[in-house]
Design a protein. Structure first.
Length: 460
């Protein structure tokens, strides 16, 4: 049984990491972990946003299986529930779609999900929009002032998430108390998710003069509400801010890894990935909507086993180009822990790949629905080495990634046999969804939760 530190980063696309060839020094820490261990060059999320992606990450089953992703079905098995009983477990994050009310606290001894609101200003924002009469004049004045301050003046009124340094502090405090193993710690960092408000020192570290907070908030509102209005220079400024948030988060990952390995031992397994990517207008979208293009689903995945036989002897790391999915992460963690594979898992442990063994996966599939439970509009996606297929309510588009890595030209009409083959795979997946159907009640969110999710750009 091994100690495991599992780190996820919100909205981190693979092609903005140094170890993936990015020309900015955004991720020296993660690059170092990759150089000591293993990097998966073709790792893909099964969904395009946190709520739909995390079921595959923490339960190894895609979003629409087991009744969907409104909440974690009792028929799913969370990674913590598959660990041997003597593990000490903790989770630290501040994305409320992963909060206890959605079922993600199951199996954790310690679970911090940042409720109530993380800042006093955010609480003030909630009071304005929750407790005052929405038909009253005072509500109109104060709520309007909050929105206008953000949109026009660029004032960030409250924070929708806990900053990376506080998440790290909480995880370190817990790790210090766990003197005896085995131990499992999961941290999820939100800072790479918009709004992009990175510390000035991390903007300077990338050779950029710090952007005023007012300007950063203004650009964020434009990105969400009027993306077509953004100029090329404003788009580049948003990317500068995004990269600086990556640099900040990377530094906090480094602080956490160093402390945990000093406390627990150098053989602590460290796994780093992301729930999805981020778009900057490649297909007309900014942020993360349900497009299933590679800027949304191609994510980093690094496994550093520490000082073991699986560690890279060359100091350059091992790069694996096999297709892997985020559903493969939980089986890998359980494998390291010496636990039993749950019947509900659909992914595979990555450990055979680390030792040069055979790998069964040749593609990944993704899914999403309008109401989180399979109702309304449905979208499916298929990705292998050459082909990307995106299906929206039965209508499919096919992209030849060898000839068109930017996914700009639908070639479905020219390749009917490939379309038929891929639709067969998706039909199998739909049958798996039906076979695991569950009737999940809607989660009743309080107004504070709804407001913080709206502040992150979610529609609810």
């Amino acid at each position: 049984m091994r100690d495991v530190l599992f780190v996820t980063v919100d909205s981190l696309r693979a092609d903005h990491l140094g170890c993936h060839g990015y020309d900015r020094d955004t991720t020296p820490v993660v690059d170092g972990l990759a150089a000591n261990g293993h990097r998966f060059a073709n790792a893909f999320a099964h969904a395009c946003a946190t709520r739909a992606s995390f079921p595959s990450i923490l339960t190894s089953a895609t979003a629409l299986q087991y009744g969907g992703y409104e909440r974690v079905s009792a028929d799913r098995t969370l990674v913590t529930e598959a660990l041997p009983a003597d593990y000490h477990t903790a989770g630290f994050h501040s994305n409320l779609y992963l909060a206890a009310e959605f079922g993600y606290d199951r199996g954790f001894d310690t679970f911090f999900d940042s409720k109530p609101d993380p800042t006093g200003l955010a609480r003030l924002k909630r009071v304005v929009k929750e407790r005052l009469d929405e038909d009253g004049r005072l509500y109109e004045l104060l709520a309007g002032a909050v929105d206008a301050a953000e949109k026009e003046a660029g004032i960030n009124v409250g924070s929708a998430y806990v900053r990376a340094d506080e998440i790290t502090d909480r995880a370190i405090e817990w790790a210090d108390r766990q003197r005896d193993g085995p131990r499992f710690c999961w941290t999820h960092y939100m800072d790479v998710h918009h709004p992009y408000l990175p510390p000035a020192r991390h903007q300077r570290a990338l050779g950029r003069d710090p952007v005023a907070e007012r300007e950063a908030v203004r650009l964020r509102r434009a990105m969400i509400e009027e993306p077509e209005s953004l100029t090329a220079d404003e788009r580049e400024t948003l990317i500068d801010l995004y990269d600086a948030e990556i640099r900040f988060t990377d530094a906090e990952i480094g602080r956490l890894v160093e402390h945990v390995r000093t406390t627990w031992g150098e053989d602590t397994v460290v796994i780093v990935t992301a729930d999805h990517g981020e778009a900057f207008g490649e297909h007309g979208e900014f942020g993360h909507s349900q497009t299933f293009h590679d800027e949304m689903i191609h994510v980093p995945l690094v496994v550093d086993p520490g000082t073991t036989d699986e560690t890279s002897a060359s100091g350059e790391g091992t790069v694996h180009d096999e297709i892997v999915g985020l559903a493969d992460v939980t089986p890998t963690i359980v494998d390291y822990a010496g636990g039993d594979r749950a019947a509900s898992f659909t992914g595979y442990s990555l450990r055979p790949l680390l030792s040069g063994g055979e790998w069964p996966r040749e593609h990944v599939v993704g899914d999403w629905s309008e109401d989180n439970r399979g109702g309304g509009e449905r979208r499916y996606a298929y990705r292998d080495r050459r082909w990307k297929y995106i299906e929206i309510d039965g209508a499919g588009a096919l992209y030849d990634l060898d000839a068109d890595p930017g996914e700009t030209t639908d070639v479905a009409a020219a390749h009917p046999d490939e379309c038929d083959r891929i639709r067969g795979v998706l039909d199998d997946h739909r049958r798996a969804i039906e076979a695991t159907a569950d009737d999940l009640d809607a989660v009743r969110m309080d107004e504070a939760t709804k407001q913080r999710l709206r502040d992150l750009g979610y529609a609810e």
